[in-house]
Design a protein around this ligand. Structure first.
Ligand SMILES: *[C@@H]1O[C@H](CO)[C@@H](O)[C@H](O)[C@H]1NC(C)=O
Ligand SMILES: *[C@@H]1O[C@H](CO)[C@@H](O)[C@H](O)[C@H]1NC(C)=O
Ligand SMILES: *[C@@H]1O[C@H](CO)[C@@H](O)[C@H](O)[C@H]1NC(C)=O
Ligand SMILES: *[C@@H]1O[C@H](CO)[C@@H](O)[C@H](O)[C@H]1NC(C)=O
Ligand SMILES: *[C@@H]1O[C@H](CO)[C@@H](O)[C@H](O)[C@H]1NC(C)=O
Ligand SMILES: *[C@@H]1O[C@H](CO)[C@@H](O)[C@H](O)[C@H]1NC(C)=O
Ligand SMILES: *[C@@H]1O[C@H](CO)[C@@H](O)[C@H](O)[C@H]1NC(C)=O
Ligand SMILES: *[C@@H]1O[C@H](CO)[C@@H](O)[C@H](O)[C@H]1NC(C)=O
Ligand SMILES: *[C@@H]1O[C@H](CO)[C@@H](O)[C@H](O)[C@H]1NC(C)=O
Ligand SMILES: *[C@@H]1O[C@H](CO)[C@@H](O)[C@H](O)[C@H]1NC(C)=O
Length: 882
């Protein structure tokens, strides 16, 4: 068959890397919708309540390990205690020195959320964003297990991940891809199962970055004495941005996933760089002592983000347990805010020794709990050479084992599978996909070919200015990246696939986006004739997200149908970039030159209304809604049925119980279940994700409540014609709101809308239930079995009807806006196209997939105080580089 015989009859634009969005030079305070809540009074957010003293860890939940930790700590001298709570130069990103006389070899802490970063012969897994797009709890857990096996195999005791902060308040956040989704429920579930998978291997997980870490710009202080570490100009210290968050939004949005993490027994929590209500994340007694340790019952330890500590004993009293990397400068142990200052503070009476003992017990309890005191692998001897501490600065002999241990095992199989599971098919007109056996295939865009600047996306600071304009972006950069041993480029995988069925086929490609946009001889590059389908008639779009090292194989598996797409968007793709302006990044030209130390303020005025909660509340059309994604088959869903699980009366407030990890245990009681039957009505096997949303009542005298919130999801794989009952469990917390007056989770007194469907705007069944059954909100007297009414009570939950439904799926309202330069509809330079002509510049991509190479700021040892929105690629301002 000649190449002409089988013209390409399709175009599949792949959003392999979502477009990075340049940070905007916005106003200082949010331009959030004034309709969404009572008047915002900035003055209420200028300080954080003092919560002292710091709660002691108790044996609650982790009793035998706590006893071992107590026995260990009781043998330590004050100097050894100070050593245990202070990082020190060593072979890992963070190190705690050994105490040889007690057989303690020290602790090795390593980045990051998707791979052991500073390591050889390790795997690079799909990013959190891809995990979220898979909506697959089993794969998420297995990723946790396999990542952790690699950390442990390299001798790391603690992995610095996973991430739920940023949650993804703003599409301009820059490193939202490290975490999961701007939906706190989806993030909470995936965060928790990842932690459980990781810790099942004996590795400690560290939930980060706590809390309100929703922008990179000015995440650290600049200027004055901070210039050496964080950049800026001499003069006064300009403090880090303050995330100003009201109490209800804190509980229902940003704290929510951390509550799941604590409930799952996470070992460590990393406090963040930013301030919260004016107080630094690593010395905010309200967030550390109050919310985390008291309310959530966290029994492990709080470590600082790297150089996020700004004081000694005051930070310890506010709840910080471990200072990382230890020194005030990055590279050496002293001077330090902790270390000798802890010893001195105890000796002069500023810091109670009981607090130091608690810090030490908190650090040692997870170590014993996970059995790290016996037969733990030694640190890979190649680690130190990949790290930033000069060996001459080491103060201790760390126990190192063999170098270059290959820990990859067979993990590539899961990476490929999860990479494909996290691909979302946004559009597929006339069954364009899956491909059959096209003999003339065009591949366009800079995300298709192999990487040209090496397999480690952390970025050589000297190379940052030339960018990464060629090569696939399998994951983001910075401290959240991994060092690949190989990458399967999409172009290579497509060639392999095409030639496997037709050795004479044509695979033609242009990978330079500038050429695609501007070159007038474009047609001459295509031989013998261009395939016939051109923009704007793009017939299929895949959002491939950040699939990891097997990216090309994951994409090919979807393109040719070896895997039926089942990913769903874990964020909203809006119509216009400006549609995301409800949650702006704080930045401006004036701020960058400010001499006011307190000028950087980020008021979270939109409160709970982020992502789909915003678009639903204001009834705005979007391009592709939260939860949306197509399949090669079709599904149907039955009417939802509600079952009351709780026996006896349901009280509005939970019973008073001793707090355990995760908070009041009653919050985790399952009170109701909702079931639907899902059927595969098409002709091929496939998986889908039935989703349960609740329309929770608007509390009296409270901020505005989202129209609906996700409270259940499950990935189900069905053969053609097969059906399955899917049951969602609703905990007390799931059906409550945070009452700021009662300081308690309260079940509202009116009906709760139940909306089950295949996306946030493809609702198949609506009903409702009333848990209190007319009882007063605080009475909790009766509460009989709910009768499910067929209409949604109280006006909740009616989804916006802006989408039309086709085959059970919400069809997009309009075609994606396209950039049609050059007749081939070249994508904007940061996105790219594989397997087709003219991928649209896929609607304003919200940056959940963005970040770009070098993306997240990578840690202050690379550059200074955030990207300042300066670069399309998320690169730092040159002046701030170190
Ligand atoms: C921040 O201030 C708001 C308004 O006063 C308050 O509701 C909230 O609890 C504060 N949070 C913290 C962590 O200080
Ligand atoms: C913590 O325990 C110590 C005794 O080890 C005690 O002195 C202190 O009061 C306790 N702190 C709190 C907040 O309970
Ligand atoms: C103690 O902390 C202060 C900053 O508060 C620092 O200047 C000093 O060098 C520290 N001392 C030691 C011994 O590290
Ligand atoms: C106690 O020591 C700490 C750490 O060196 C120091 O910051 C503090 O000012 C000292 N306090 C007193 C009362 O001397
Ligand atoms: C490290 O080991 C060497 C060789 O055994 C020894 O000379 C040195 O004192 C040790 N250093 C420390 C800090 O223990
Ligand atoms: C899809 O198929 C229909 C019916 O054959 C046709 O009218 C329509 O033009 C096709 N759409 C595209 C984008 O090819
Ligand atoms: C891409 O094409 C442009 C325009 O011809 C050229 O300036 C640029 O160097 C090319 N980039 C690469 C990486 O080859
Ligand atoms: C898109 O398709 C329509 C009909 O399906 C056609 O009229 C139009 O010219 C096509 N646009 C391009 C740019 O090819
Ligand atoms: C945004 O701010 C940066 C930094 O001050 C400045 O270089 C840039 O010109 C500004 N852009 C706009 C569009 O104002
Ligand atoms: C819990 O305790 C508080 C204070 O002791 C009390 O006001 C409240 O009624 C109790 N709640 C329940 C559900 O028992």
């Amino acid at each position: 068959m000649g190449p002409m015989a089988n013209k390409l009859h399709l175009a599949a634009g792949l959003l392999v890397a979502a477009t990075a969005v340049t940070g905007q030079n916005g106003s200082t305070v949010g331009s959030g919708p004034s309709a969404a809540g009572p008047t915002w009074n900035h003055a209420d957010f200028e300080s954080s309540p003092a919560v002292y003293p710091s709660p002691n860890a108790t044996c609650q939940g982790w009793s035998s390990a706590f006893q071992q930790a107590s026995a260990f700590v009781s043998q330590l001298t004050l100097e050894e205690k100070a050593q245990l709570v202070t990082g020190t130069p060593g072979p890992c990103v963070g190190n705690i020195g050994p105490i040889e006389r007690l057989g303690f070899k020290g602790l090795c802490l390593q980045d990051g959320p998707l791979a052991i970063r500073e390591a050889t012969y390790a795997s690079v897994f799909p990013a959190g964003l891809s995990v979220a797009a898979s909506w697959d709890m089993d794969l998420a857990r297995q990723r946790g297990v396999e990542m952790a096996q690699e950390f442990k195999g390299k001798g790391a005791h603690i992995a610095l991940g996973p991430v739920a902060g940023p949650l993804g308040r703003s599409g301009y956040g820059g490193r939202n891809w490290e975490g999961f989704s701007p939906d706190p429920y989806l993030t909470g579930e995936l965060f928790a199962t990842t932690i459980e998978g990781m810790q099942a291997t004996g590795l400690q997980a560290c939930a980060k970055h706590y809390i309100g870490n929703e922008q990179e710009t000015q995440r650290n202080p600049s200027g004055g004495p901070n210039t050496a570490v964080f950049g800026g100009v001499p003069g006064p210290t300009i403090e880090a941005v303050s995330s100003n968050i009201d109490d209800r939004t804190m509980h229902e949005a940003y704290l929510w996933p951390f509550q799941n993490a604590v409930h799952s027994g996470v070992s460590a929590v990393m406090c963040s760089y930013n301030r919260i209500n004016g107080s630094y994340g690593c010395q905010n007694s309200k967030t550390l002592n109050g919310l985390l340790k008291e309310e959530l019952g966290f029994q492990g330890y709080v470590m600082s983000d790297w150089a996020a500590t700004h004081s000694g004993y005051p930070a310890a009293e506010a709840g910080l347990d471990m200072d990382m990397p230890g020194g005030i400068s990055f590279f050496s142990a002293s001077p330090s805010f902790f270390g000798c200052n802890i010893t001195a503070s105890v000796n002069n009476g500023s810091l109670p020794i009981e607090r130091v003992d608690d810090m030490c017990r908190r650090i040692m309890t997870p170590y014993f709990r996970l059995g790290q005191n016996t037969n733990y692998p030694p640190i890979d001897a190649s680690s130190g050479g990949l790290n930033f501490f000069p060996v001459t600065n080491y103060l201790y002999n760390f126990t190192e084992g063999p170098a270059n241990v290959d820990v990859r095992d067979d993990h590539a199989a899961l990476i490929r599978e999860l990479g494909a599971a996290g691909i979302v098919m946004l559009k597929n007109v006339n069954n364009t996909l899956p491909l059959k056996t096209p003999a003339n295939v065009g591949v366009f865009g800079n995300d298709a070919p192999d990487i040209s600047v090496g397999l480690y996306l952390d970025g050589d600071p000297d190379l940052l200015n030339i960018g990464y304009d060629q090569g696939v972006l399998p994951v983001g950069g910075g401290s959240g990246t991994g060092r690949m041993t190989y990458v399967v480029a999409p172009l290579d995988a497509i060639k392999t696939k095409v030639f496997s069925y037709n050795s004479k086929a044509l695979v033609q490609y242009v990978t330079n986006n500038t050429e695609i946009i501007h070159n007038k001889i474009f047609g001459a590059m295509i031989n013998p004739t261009p395939p016939e389908v051109c923009l704007p008639n793009v017939t299929a779009i895949l959002a491939a997200h950040y699939p990891g090292q097997e990216v090309g194989n994951s994409i090919v598996d979807i393109l040719w149908g070896a895997v039926n797409p089942s990913g769903k968007l874990p964020y909203t793709i809006a119509l216009q970039e400006s549609d995301y302006s409800f949650a702006p990044i704080t930045n401006s030209s004036a701020l960058l030159k400010t001499t006011d130390p307190n000028a950087w303020q980020s008021d979270f005025e939109e409160r709970l209304l982020i992502d789909y909660r915003h678009f639903d509340y204001f009834n705005e059309s979007v391009q592709y809604e939260f939860g949306y994604g197509l399949s090669y088959t079709t599904f149907s869903m039955s009417t939802a049925t509600i079952s009351r699980v709780a026996s006896g009366a349901i009280s509005a407030a939970p019973a008073n119980n001793t707090v355990a990890p995760g908070g009041n245990p009653a919050l985790w009681d399952i009170l109701y279940t909702v079931s639907v039957i899902v059927s595969n009505t098409g002709s091929v096997a496939g998986a889908t994700v039935p989703q349960l949303y609740l329309g929770l009542p608007q509390p009296a005298n409270e901020d505005y409540t989202p129209v609906k919130v996700l409270r259940g999801f499950q990935k189900v794989l069905l053969a053609p014609g097969a059906s399955q009952t899917v049951t969602f469990s609703l905990t007390r917390r799931d059906i409550s709101y945070w009452d700021t007056f009662a300081q308690q989770w309260i079940i509202g007194s009116s009906a709760i809308g139940v909306l089950a469907g295949f996306s946030s705007r493809d609702i198949q069944s609506t009903t409702s239930f009333s848990p209190l059954n007319g009882a007063s909100a605080y009475g909790g007297s009766s509460g009989s079995a709910s009768s499910a009414s067929s209409s949604v009570a109280g006006g909740y939950g009616a989804p916006s009807s802006s989408s039309s439904t086709v085959g059970g799926y919400s069809a997009p309202v309009s075609s994606p806006p396209s950039s049609t330069a050059g007749g081939y509809g070249a994508p904007s330079p940061s996105s790219s196209t594989v397997g087709g002509y003219g991928a649209p510049s896929p609607s304003p991509s919200p940056g959940y997939g963005a970040g770009g190479h070098g993306g997240d700021q990578g840690g202050p040892w690379h550059w200074a105080s955030g990207e300042n929105g300066a670069s399309h690629w998320g690169l730092p301002p040159a002046a701030a580089k170190q």
